[in-house]
Structures are given as C-alpha cells and as structure tokens.
Design a protein around this ligand. Structure first.
Ligand code: CO8
Length: 373
C-alpha cells in the first residue's frame, strides 16, 4: 500500500507589516472623520457615533500584535481603508500565483525535489482572486508541472481539507506528489471600517508537499497517520460576496459582501467542537492526547487556542506544545496552522507525534495527525 508523507513546507510572508498601534490610529482617524461628517445626524439621534478602537483591547481579546499585508498604504489611509493592489494584465502572473510560486519553491527545496517530481497542485484557500481559470492551473504552469491542478475553498480549513485530497491522490496512485498551496490575501475581504473585526486578519501563503513515502529519504518529513474532516452549517462566519451580487443592485457594496462574524458565538461553539474532533480522531488511531508532542492549531485567537489545548490535554499546554504565530501574522485563514507547522517542526525527533488542526467558517474543522519519521 502506498503511504503519503509530508516531505517539505514553504512560506511566503509579505514584507509589509502593520502594527496594532498603526492600525488603530488609522481606524480612529476614520472614526473622527465619520463622526464630524455626520455630527448633525448623530446630534439628532438619527445615527450612532462610531466608537474608537484600542490596541490594548486587540492584544487582550485576540493575542494579535501585528500582521503582514500585501499593501499597507491603502489600508492605513483613513479615507480608503482597503489595500491597494493594482490589477495586472492577463499576460502577467496573478498576485496569488506569485505568492504561491514563492511558497512552493521553498517546499520543493526543503523536500529536495523539483517540479518534475510533482503531478498535481491544489490551491486551497478562503478567497480566489478570480472565478476562472483556476489559480492552481496558473501555478502549475508557472512551476512547469505536468499533471493536473484545481482550486478549492473551505475557508480557514482549506489547507487541511486540501491535505486530505492530496493524501488521497498520492495513496490511490493518481499522483506521485501533490503541492497544497494556500495564498491567503485576507486583507482583500476584511472590512477595515468594522471596529469588531478590523484587526483580525493578515496575508501570507503556505505550501506543503505530500509525496509517496518510497520517494523520500528515510527519516525525512512526517508520516500522515490520518485525516479527519468535520463540517456543521453555521451563519456565524459569513461573506456574501459572489457572482450573483450584480443581479441585485441594492446589495452592492454592503457590509455583508465582506467578512462578518459573531466572534463570541464562534468562540463558544467552535472550541468544544474542535477539542472533541481532535480527541475522536486520536482515539480512532488508538492514540491518547498524552501521546501528542505538538498541536499546530489554526491561528485565530490566542485565548481560543489555549482553551482548545486545555480541553484536549486536560491541562494547560506549554508554548512549545501549542506554538503561536498569530501574534506576528494575525489570522491568515487556512495558512495559519501550516505557518505554525512550518516554523515549529524542526526540533521534533523521530517518532514524535503532532496534530495540525484548522477550524473556521462553515463551520469546518480539519485534523491531520502526523508522526516525525
Ligand atoms: N477596540 C476596543 N473595544 C472593542 C473593539 C475594539 N476594536 N471591538 C470590540 N470592542 C468592545 C466591544 O464593544 C465590547 O464592549 P462591551 O463589553 O462594552 O459591549 C467588548 O469590547 C467585548 O467585545 P466582544 O465580546 O466582541 O469581544 P471578544 O472578547 O469576543 O473578542 C474576538 C472579539 C477577538 C473577535 C473574539 O470573539 C474571537 O476571536 N473569536 C473567535 C473568532 C474566530 O475564530 N473566527 C474564525 C474566523 S476565521 C475564518 O473562518 C476564515 C473565514 C475566511 C477569511 C476571509 C478573509 C477575510
């Protein structure tokens, strides 16, 4: 039987950074402009004055200190408050393709492989910059890969769901190796005018190479012991942006065409679901939570991750056991758990066990149990 392993990972981090203080300053300037502009309606009680944001709240509520973004100037302009990412001609690589190629090259290099060793590319992320042709096929072409490629979207769980698809393709013989790549430009769909969520997201791209064990070196990478996916419908994280928007002019430009969430409800409902999914997954593999050396969790909220780790382990996890990258990256949607894996896997020894676990809109949860070879 063919066995799949993760033989390499890559990460593209946009160089531009926005600190909490900078984001809050821009937001508060916007609030002042808005309140001044609407002073009369606010005085008459027809409009509610906007409240300022605060860095102290952001760090306490989420654990986020800063985020990397494709463009900071547009986001920090209080009269604009969205990134400025110029359109490119059809003859140029798309922005997501550029990010994906950079991350894939690092994953291939880490695995000691070239494009000639790969048969498939899955672009798995929350937002595709166009409907078609698939970004994955563009990435396949840019890397010079023969075979097949497709896009998929399961919001924050896209990478782990993509991992299961890659494992299936490798283990059923459809591909010798598959790249799963997650070019997340979350700043494109974040409402920087919304006090409750303007601080949540950042941009990054991860890549993972999944290959046949027999094509890798002994001791190289991580054996994939199993994948477990779970979904349960919820409107608590939603984005109504889509191709039908233009068919009803009344909805164009409304806040629901960007990311919106009921953060408290998400926190309360998703945390126990994630903990039980990991526990059930481990039990199905005849493993105990005590066997886990590392948990690379989705990076949305520090308090949420600490709660989930506590529920799984029955005690607080150390920072080494449940590494945090969201302080530097914020929530990068499906890239988050893979960034944690990429940055915090090299100290593990042969036989060490870990779980990569994503969770987010859908709701969707993806658990991937791996063992260092
Ligand atoms: N500054 C100061 N005060 C604030 C601010 C702010 N910016 N925002 C809210 N407050 C105030 C509120 O007004 C409230 O005040 P009061 O108590 O007087 O009413 C108080 O702070 C507390 O507000 P909340 O209850 O809303 O705050 P929480 O403690 O719940 O923290 C969080 C908010 C951080 C959003 C938290 O609920 C959270 O992180 N929850 C988890 C959410 C989560 O994990 N979501 C995952 C979604 S990601 C996903 O699936 C990907 C989707 C696709 C991505 C697409 C890219 C954009």
């Amino acid at each position: 039987m063919i066995k799949a392993v993760i033989s390499g990972t890559g990460l593209f981090t946009p160089p531009a950074i926005i600190e909490n203080d900078e984001l809050v300053e821009a937001f508060n300037q916007y609030v002042e402009l808005y309140n001044n502009e609407h002073a009369e309606e606010i005085a008459r009680g027809e409009l509610t004055a906007l409240q300022p944001s605060s860095s102290a709240f952001i760090e306490k509520a989420s654990g986020i200190k800063r985020r990397h973004v494709i463009d900071r100037e547009g986001i920090l302009d209080p009269k604009r408050m969205k990134p400025y990412i110029p359109e490119r001609s059809n003859d140029e690589p798309s922005v997501q393709c550029d990010m994906a190629v950079a991350a894939c090259k690092e994953a291939l290099e880490q695995a000691g492989k070239t494009a000639a060793d790969v048969d498939a590319v899955i672009v798995a992320c929350s937002n595709m910059q166009r409907a078609y042709p698939a970004v994955a096929i563009e990435v396949q072409e840019a890397l010079g890969i023969n075979g097949f490629a497709y896009d998929m979207n399961v919001a924050c769980s896209s990478a782990t769901f993509g991992l299961q698809a890659a494992v299936n393709s490798v283990e059923n013989g459809a591909a010798r190796a598959v790249l799963v790549v997650s070019p997340e430009i979350c700043s494109g769909h974040l409402n920087f005018r919304d006090r409750d969520s303007h601080f949540i997201f950042g941009d990054a791209c991860t890549a993972i190479l999944v290959e046949r064990e027999e094509n890798t070196q002994p001791g190289q990478g991580f054996e994939i012991l199993g994948t477990k996916l779970k979904t349960q419908f919820s409107n608590n994280i939603r984005n109504n942006f889509g191709f039908l928007n233009r068919a009803d002019d009344s909805g164009v430009g409304k806040a629901d065409k960007l990311f919106i969430q009921q953060g408290r409800k998400v926190f309360k409902e998703v945390s126990p679901l994630v903990a039980s999914t990991i526990q059930d997954h481990l039990a199905s593999l005849n493993l105990e939570p005590d066997n886990l050396d590392r948990m690379w969790l989705h990076q949305a909220n520090l308090n949420m991750n600490q709660l989930i780790a506590r529920k799984v382990l029955g005690r607080d996890a150390t920072e080494q056991e449940a590494p945090v990258i969201l302080d530097e990256y914020a929530n990068t949607s499906s890239a988050g758990s893979i960034i944690a894996f990429h940055k915090h896997k090299d100290d593990l020894k042969a036989g060490d066990l870990g779980v990569i676990c994503s969770f987010g809109a859908g709701y969707s949860i993806g658990s991937v149990v791996v063992r260092h070879r």
